[in-house]
Structure formats: structure tokens, C-alpha cells
Ligand binder design. Structure first.
Ligand code: HEM
Ligand SMILES: *[C@@H]1O[C@H](CO)[C@@H](O)[C@H](O)[C@H]1NC(C)=O
Ligand SMILES: *[C@@H]1O[C@H](CO)[C@@H](O)[C@H](O)[C@H]1NC(C)=O
Ligand SMILES: *[C@@H]1O[C@H](CO)[C@@H](O)[C@H](O)[C@H]1NC(C)=O
Ligand SMILES: *[C@@H]1O[C@H](CO)[C@@H](O)[C@H](O)[C@H]1NC(C)=O
Ligand SMILES: CC(=O)N[C@H]1CO[C@H](CO)[C@@H](O)[C@@H]1O
Length: 332
């Protein structure tokens, strides 16, 4: 009698476990390494080959591609919503037209890789995974850090310009604004400091920071937290007026090298944006920067890799959510 009851309880437990596994499996599967191993075995190699064929001729694109990945993940998760063009189906203007995206390049690059993958295995590889893989491979191609990219992301069907404005932090952000934006996405202060380290490569346009040179509080003043010699130099050479549209290397002299010099600049009060300078205004982030600068480049790469892997998992759609777009710029 007792044994039957016992077996019964075991059976119920087994059925419950199976039920839970099925439920979880269908709704919110995890990303996994080499997700396309069976459905499109050459997918990751095709991305890798394309990146390694083209990035050496256009290394500056690597910066734009990792930035695109960041902008994608911060709005509705890493779901390629950043790639959508405005059509009647999107109703509102899409993320692409929002201010932060106006300086993102590399959309054609993504589309060309997508076309190769559609030729190889139609309808299988998501645009969201393509952005994520390309960003990693492009940074590795310029000699930067490698990080793991588990795959299986699916593409979103909504892209909304005003959400991009709300969720991608502005360069004028202070510490608490940055803290809140990152915490909203499950990222901590260490991630904030490490991911900001991507500003060791790439360029900025003057409008992103010109107020710090010419009109910080609206009375024609400069930002006192920006090194005055550095500010004078920018005014004389690059951003000659507040309306200048010139480009500036964010990490002058080493803007193509993924190194620690961004952090060295920030400590010298030469971070370009208020958001870079803001990392010094909190003792916790300041101390993380000091430790990074004192540590090795290998340590930085390792820490950066783990924050990138975390960023690549923000609010991903997997399993039966979302879709696999046929064209990255439009929903199916
Ligand atoms: C912490 C908040 C952040 C703010 C406020 C911010 C803001 C900006 C701004 C305003 C620009 C220059 C745009 C222009 O005028 O051309 C820029 C460039 C860039 N950002 Fe950030 N960013 C942040 C975080 C990140 C993260 C997390 C990444 C990547 C992991 C990233 C990667 C880059 C790169 C690589 C560039 C150079 C782009 C190029 O050369 O085309 N940024 N960022
Ligand atoms: C987005 O679309 C909705 C409804 O179509 C409209 O009410 C709203 O004002 C739009 N917002 C923007 C920022 O365009
Ligand atoms: C876009 O986002 C705004 C809020 O940021 C919202 O008011 C609007 O309805 C959204 N549009 C669509 C089409 O979802
Ligand atoms: C500086 O900012 C103030 C207040 O926003 C504005 O009235 C003024 O025109 C600005 N000056 C310049 C040179 O842009
Ligand atoms: C910058 O542009 C604004 C508006 O386009 C104009 O009012 C202002 O005079 C310009 N400032 C300078 C310093 O050229
Ligand atoms: C790549 C892209 O679509 N960029 C767009 C950003 O927004 C500006 C202004 O709306 C467009 O002109 C760009 O084409």
C-alpha cells in the first residue's frame, strides 16, 4: 500500500519535471554555443570569413559595429530592432532615426552578411545573432578582445525611435543616469566601466560634446571637469565652434587600438563625454578604473569579455518568440 503511494508520488514528480522542462523549452530557451551547428553549420564561419576579409580594409567600421550591438541590446533587448527601417508596419519612426543612431554606420555590412547566410540556409540565422557575431569578430579582427557569443537570438518586430532616445544613455549623462540605464538592463557598475572602455576605439562628432567646450551651463562657459588644456586643444584644432560637425578621435593617437588608454585619459580628466567624466564622480567606478589601469591588458580583455557576453544576453527572444527575418531592415 505504502509502496504504491510512494511510486505514485515519484510518477507525479517526474511528470511535473517533464512538464516544466517542456514549458521552459518552448517559451524561453537559453542561448547556446553553436546554436546553428545542425541547422546551418557554416553560419559562424561565413560571418567570420566575411569580417576578416573586409574589416582589415575598413578597421574604423569595427567601432561602429560594436556600438550598433550596444544600441540594439539596450532597446527591447538584442533583437535587431536597431536595423528596422520605417514602414507603415512599424507605425512610429524606428530606432534608426533616433539621435544616438544617426552616427551609427555599418548597416550595409550587416545586410551583406545576411544575404550570404540566406543563400546558405534561408530563414535560419537571425539578424540579432548576426549583429552579435559581427561585433565580436570585428573587434577580434582589429586585435581586440575575444568574447563568447552563444547564439539562438530571434528578431523582434517592433522598433520605436522614442524608446531608443529613452534607453540609450546620452553623452551628457551624469553618474546616476548611467547607473539607472545600466541597472535597467541588468548590468552593474563594473559592466558600466568595462563597456565604456569600448571608447578606446572610434570617433565622435563634435555635437556629442561641444557644449563642454563652449556652453556648458548656458552662459558661454566650459565644463570645469574637462582638462582645460585638452579643451583648448579641441577648440583650436577640431571643434572650432559649437556647431562644428567635425569628427574627433575619442582616444587620440590610439583610436584604432583596443587598449587601456581610454581609462588613462579618463583619469586625466580627458574623457570626451560627460558620461566618461561621470565615471570619476563615484568612488566605486573610480576605483574600478584605477584597478584596470594598474592591471594588465589581458585582465582588461578578460573582464571586458564577460561584460560583453552579459550585454549580448539582454532581454533576448528565444524559442518561439520573435521571428527570423528574411531581410534585416523589414519585419517578415
Ligand atoms: C555608457 C554610456 C555610453 C554613452 C553615453 C555613449 C555615447 C557615445 C557617443 C555620443 C558616441 C559618439 C557618437 C558620435 O558623435 O559620432 C559614442 C561612440 C562610440 N561608442 Fe559609446 N556610449 C556609451 C557606451 C558605449 C558602449 C557600452 C559601447 C560598446 C560596448 C560603446 C561603443 C562606442 C564606440 C565603439 C564608439 C565609436 C563609434 C564610431 O567610431 O563610429 N559606447 N558613444
Ligand atoms: C507612436 O505611434 C502612436 C500610435 O500610432 C502615437 O500615438 C504616438 O504619438 C507615436 N509616437 C511617436 C514618438 O511618434
Ligand atoms: C513608442 O514608444 C512610445 C513611448 O516611448 C509610446 O508612446 C508609443 O506608443 C510607442 N509606439 C508604438 C507603435 O508602440
Ligand atoms: C548657450 O546656451 C544658452 C542657453 O541654452 C543659449 O541661449 C545660447 O544661445 C547658447 N550659446 C551658444 C553660443 O550657442
Ligand atoms: C549655431 O547654430 C545655431 C542654430 O543653427 C545658431 O543660432 C548659432 O548662432 C550658431 N552658433 C555659432 C557659434 O555659430
Ligand atoms: C543608418 C541610418 O538609417 N541612419 C539614419 C539615422 O537618422 C538619420 C536622420 O533621420 C537618417 O538620415 C539616417 O539615414
Amino acid at each position: 500500500m505504502e509502496k504504491v503511494g510512494y511510486n505514485c508520488r515519484i510518477l507525479t514528480l517526474v511528470i511535473t519535471v517533464i512538464g516544466v522542462v517542456l514549458l521552459v523549452g518552448s517559451c524561453c530557451a537559453d542561448l547556446e554555443m553553436d546554436f546553428y551547428a545542425e541547422s546551418c553549420p557554416k553560419a559562424e564561419q561565413i560571418v567570420y570569413d566575411y569580417v576578416n576579409h573586409h574589416i582589415p580594409n575598413a578597421p574604423s567600421l569595427a567601432a561602429s559595429l560594436i556600438r550598433m550591438h550596444f544600441h540594439d541590446c539596450f532597446v527591447r533587448g538584442c533583437d535587431a530592432s536597431v536595423l528596422l527601417d520605417f514602414t507603415p508596419a512599424t507605425k512610429n519612426q524606428t530606432e534608426k532615426v533616433a539621435t544616438p543612431n544617426q552616427t551609427v554606420r555599418g548597416f550595409d555590412f550587416i545586410n551583406r552578411v545576411k544575404n550570404l547566410l540566406e543563400d546558405e540556409c534561408p530563414g535560419v540565422v537571425s539578424c540579432a545573432d548576426i549583429i552579435t557575431l559581427i561585433a565580436r569578430d570585428a573587434i577580434v579582427a582589429i586585435g581586440g578582445p575575444f568574447w563568447r557569443v552563444p547564439t539562438g537570438r530571434r528578431d523582434g518586430v517592433i522598433s520605436n525611435a522614442s524608446e531608443a532616445l529613452d534607453q540609450i544613455p546620452a553623452p551628457s549623462s551624469d553618474f546616476s543616469t548611467l547607473y539607472a540605464h545600466f541597472a535597467n538592463k541588468g548590468l552593474n557598475l563594473k559592466d558600466l566601466v568595462l563597456l565604456s572602455g569600448a571608447h578606446t576605439i572610434g570617433i565622435s562628432h563634435c555635437p556629442s560634446f561641444a557644449n563642454r567646450l563652449y556652453n556648458f551651463t548656458g552662459v558661454g562657459d566650459g565644463d570645469p571637469s574637462l582638462d582645460s588644456e585638452y579643451a583648448a586643444n579641441l577648440k583650436a584644432k577640431k571643434c572650432k565652434s559649437i556647431n562644428s560637425t567635425t569628427k574627433v578621435e575619442m582616444d587620440p593617437g590610439s583610436f584604432r587600438t583596443f587598449d587601456l588608454s581610454y581609462y588613462t585619459l579618463v583619469l586625466k580628466r580627458r574623457g570626451l563625454f560627460e558620461s566618461d567624466a561621470a565615471l570619476l564622480t563615484d568612488p566605486r567606478t573610480r576605483s574600478i578604473i584605477t584597478q584596470l589601469v594598474q592591471g594588465s591588458i589581458e585582465n582588461f580583455y578578460q573582464e571586458f569579455a564577460s561584460s560583453m557576453e552579459k550585454m549580448g544576453k539582454i532581454e533576448v527572444k528565444t524559442g518561439s518568440f520573435g521571428e527570423i527575418r528574411k531581410h534585416c531592415a523589414v519585419v517578415n
